[in-house]
Design a protein around this ligand. Sequence first.
Ligand code: MRU
Length: 348
Amino acid sequence: MNSIEWMDGSVRFLDQTLLPNEERYVDTDEIEVMAEAIRRLQVRGAPLIGIAAAYAIVLGVRKAAGGPRRLFADALDASCALIASTRPTAKNLFWAVERMRNAARLNTHMAGDALYASLVAEAVAIHTEDAAMCAAIGEHGARLIPQDAVILTHCNTGALATGGIGTALGVVITAHRQGKHVSVFADETRPLLQGSRLTAWELRREGIPVTVIPDTASAVSIQKKNIALAIVGSDRIAANGDAANKIGTYGVAIMAKHHGVPFYVAAPSSTFDRAIAHGDAIPIEERGREEVTMCGPVCVAPPDVNVYNPSFDVTPNELISGIITERGVLLPPFTESIARMFDKRGAQ
Ligand code: MRU
């Protein structure tokens, strides 16, 4: 299953808002359609948002690539600004926009066709590198998974959210493929239900036993259902290891700590934001009130009630047992282990 694909001049993506009821792909060569798809969570999950951003920028500059340099620079600026305005929290989106900008800067001397081809190549590289990072995260993380483990997860972090097998879910899938007989408790993940709609759908396709629970049942599940560990993804990780992820993750980390259950974050290096010292400075998206007051077409709250709908929260580093990256598992103290990881392999 490919959640996104470059189709030689256009993008094909799976509309995740329709899952699990309908598997519908959308084809487009319009950057505006891609921007709206990111905003509406038709494509979602931090790594996938980065990949979608890169392809969207290719679509945005396509027509200007063969024209005067000034027009190309304007199209690039406008495309990057449009994509950067879609969702604020996932670092991967801004990381991908920067990579596309740098590729364009390095190749401005090229003729139109070659310049366009170099941007396509950069976007495809972002996609294939993400798949490789997922595979490596899966290998490193699977070493932490005991035989017969019952694993708690939150939101969706699998193939739907990335260019490969996933981050946190990639770890689960790799352990499963190694024959470890794992099973998963998936938080439904209110209000947009990425856990029940997407994670349960993906795990069943993989043949991994999954039990969907309301978010409100994660405490009692950790207490009574023999959960061996919790593992989640992340949208942005600060220099000290504080990690933003889907709303509700912070609560899961507190519960895990209370019960002495390890809590792991799995994310590629493209999710780290070393310019942000700690989690308080991570921009947190707030979404529309209707996501909370409506359940499909049905109103489930007084229509004019006050609503607070943050899409993400930040788990403080002291609640995190380890951060699983493509370069290995980082352990506390994270300020040091994160700095070491980047200093060893070159800056972001
Ligand atoms: O709002 P979403 O569905 O894009 O949020 C996604 C998450 O919070 C994921 O856990 C995170 O992006 C990591 S995906 C590998």
